[in-house]
Every structure is written in structure tokens, then in C-alpha cells.
Design a protein. Structure first.
Length: 117
């Protein structure tokens, strides 16, 4: 089992920055791909970014490319999402996930990000 706890969310103005953290416990994330997804009110959960366990493959949804950066520190069992130039449409609850084998099996409770215009 892997427990994931997100933090770093908050209220920020348009153009501001936030850094989300996802701290894992229970078992290591060093051999797991990790991802961030988000869910805005009334909308479906949306993929944001992912990073392989080696960190050699990173993907982003088009809407955040050039603004968000996913990274990981396996020694700290933590994944990060640096979010710059935030826009009101980035407002959502952000969740991190970890794989078990080929699928994402573990999810955190989420952290709220609100971007005011």
C-alpha cells in the first residue's frame, strides 16, 4: 500500500505561482510512475502531468505546457508540481497518483488550487 498526501494548494492571483507536493508513505515510489490530475467543479477529472519512475519520460496536457513542471525526488519519496503563470481555468482540486504495475492504483485526497482573476 502507498499513502499519498498532497499539499501546497491555496488561493493565488492570475499570473501567480504555486508548488504542489505529494508525499508518499508506506512503500517507496521509486519504482512507480507518478501523475497529477485535477478536477474542477462540475467537470470530469483531467490528466495534468506524469513522470516515469526513472524520470526519463514526462508528459503534460497541452493547456499547461510551458507553465507547469513535474519533478520527483525518490530519496524523499515525494513528487512535485511547480505551477507558474496560473490562470483562473487552473482552478481545481489537484490529486497525485502512483502506479501499481501498469495502472494508477493509489490516489491522494487532493489539494485545492484557486486562481482569482
Amino acid at each position: 500500500q502507498v499513502q499519498l498526501v498532497e499539499s501546497g494548494g491555496g488561493l493565488v492571483q492570475t499570473g501567480g505561482s504555486l508548488r504542489l507536493s505529494c508525499a508518499a508513505s508506506g512503500r517507496t515510489i521509486a519504482v512507480r510512475d507518478m501523475a497529477w490530475v485535477r478536477q474542477a467543479p462540475g467537470k470530469e477529472r483531467e490528466f495534468v502531468a506524469s513522470i516515469t519512475w526513472r524520470g526519463d519520460q514526462i508528459k503534460y496536457v497541452d493547456s499547461v505546457k510551458g507553465r507547469f513542471t513535474i519533478s520527483r525526488d525518490n530519496a524523499k519519496n515525494t513528487v512535485y508540481l511547480q505551477m507558474n503563470n496560473l490562470k483562473p481555468e487552473d482552478t481545481a482540486v489537484y490529486y497525485c497518483g502512483a502506479t501499481e504495475g501498469p495502472r494508477y492504483a493509489y490516489w491522494g485526497q487532493g489539494t485545492q488550487v484557486t486562481v482569482s482573476s
